[in-house]
Write a protein that binds this ligand. Structure first.
Ligand code: MG
Length: 367
């Protein structure tokens, strides 16, 4: 089987809440997502998606995804999409770095492999564990009172795991964590995610101020070294996210005992192939994972579901249903949250079909 064309579509995904705010005064009102269609000489097409969290979160941005895809695509025409190891080597030979650019193509080729095998991707990634898996809800940065009230609203929708967006002014962040912790019930999980927003001295101070709160601390500072220093000053369970961008960083973190949990984002590491490699290593080492992406719509939510549902439950901390945060559906067949939980599609491949009436004309199509 050969790839005969690669097309990219731009689709805007507005947020139900109007905007999403995190550390450093950053916010997004409308997500700029890119849907990729990989077509083959067998008449089978695969679908992928990449959606950076704006340009200021990771070294990734929406126009960069499309520019990079247009650069990469000509070198992939004629390649076999079902040979995912070879395909990833080819992408890494054609373009150094830029893992998020490669992610949507890798995702689309997993979709094709599943359709060829007549199996859902969850089966190809190791097999479905149980009926469904738990989700977390990100609580956009706001006043302590409004964040506490938002947690109560999302619990009413079935969520029991909450990730607070902190990384702002330290005194207010301490109030945010205490205000939301007061809303927690037995069995709930609370994570304070600073998204790199604290200086090391601030993070040490905040971790000390919440030492009696049942809360996880996630990615307090920008660099790995700062995070490691904070980790060594606190006994709260510790999550690393932004700095865990490849397998080598996982190994380094394990060696330093730098974290209890990692946040594994599909596009941050370059697609499902590399995310699975990291996932399987973490399973072997006993590192618990949140499995998600930087953002996205129905196609990314489906890909998250296949990877998360094939992860042993005791090693899956949480996952994310991004398609419930946005007002636009870019594909049919994506999993929908039920009572705070999600399940991977039973259909072959990713189980999604783009809504081309929503996507409009392609930004480019390379044959
Ligand atoms: Mg995070």
């Amino acid at each position: 089987m050969k790839i005969t064309s690669i097309a990219a579509y731009r689709v805007e995904l507005p947020l139900h809440e109007g905007s999403y705010k995190w550390s450093g005064g950053n916010s997004v009102d409308v997500f700029d997502s890119t849907v990729v269609v990989v077509s083959t000489d067998a008449g089978i097409s695969g679908y992928g998606e990449v959606c950076p969290l704006g340009p200021a979160y990771l070294a990734a941005y929406a126009n960069g995804a499309r520019t990079g895809l247009a650069e990469l695509a000509p070198g992939l025409i004629g390649q076999d999409p079902t040979e995912l190891g070879k395909l990833n080597r080819r992408m890494d030979q054609l373009m150094r770095g830029h893992p998020y650019v490669k992610s949507a193509i890798d995702m689309a080729c997993w979709d094709i492999l599943g359709k060829v095998a007549s199996q859902p991707v969850v089966t190809l990634l190791g097999g479905r564990n149980g009926d469904d898996f738990p989700l977390y809800r990100a609580i956009s940065q706001d006043t302590p009172e409004r964040m506490a009230s938002n947690v109560a609203g999302y619990r009413a929708q079935g969520y029991t795991k909450f990730q607070l967006k902190v990384g702002g002014q330290p005194d207010i962040d301490i109030q945010r964590i205490h205000a939301v912790a007061a809303e927690m019930q037995t069995g709930d999980v609370l994570v304070a995610d600073a998204n790199t927003g604290w200086r090391q001295h601030e993070a040490v101070r905040i971790a000390h101020a919440v030492r009696d709160v049942d809360v996880y601390i996630e990615q307090p500072c920008m660099s790995y070294e700062e995070c490691l220093a904070v980790r060594r000053h606190t006994d709260r369970p510790f999550v690393l996210d932004e700095v865990i961008d490849d397998l080598a960083m996982v190994l380094r973190g394990v060696s330093d005992q730098a974290m209890d949990v990692i946040n594994l984002k599909i596009s941050k590491v370059g697609g499902l192939t590399k995310a699975r490699q990291i996932r399987d290593l973490c399973v072997s080492l006993g590192i618990v994972m949140t499995i998600e992406d930087t953002w996205g719509g129905d196609i990314i939510t489906s890909a998250i579901a296949h990877l998360a549902h094939s992860t042993p439950p005791e090693l899956l901390f949480t996952a994310t249903d991004f398609n419930s945060y946005v007002t636009v559906s870019n594909a049919e067949g994506a999993p929908q949250r039920q009572n705070g939980r999600l399940a991977a599609s039973m259909a072959p491949g990713l189980g999604v079909t783009p809504r081309f009436e929503v996507l409009g004309s392609p930004v480019f199509e390379i044959r």
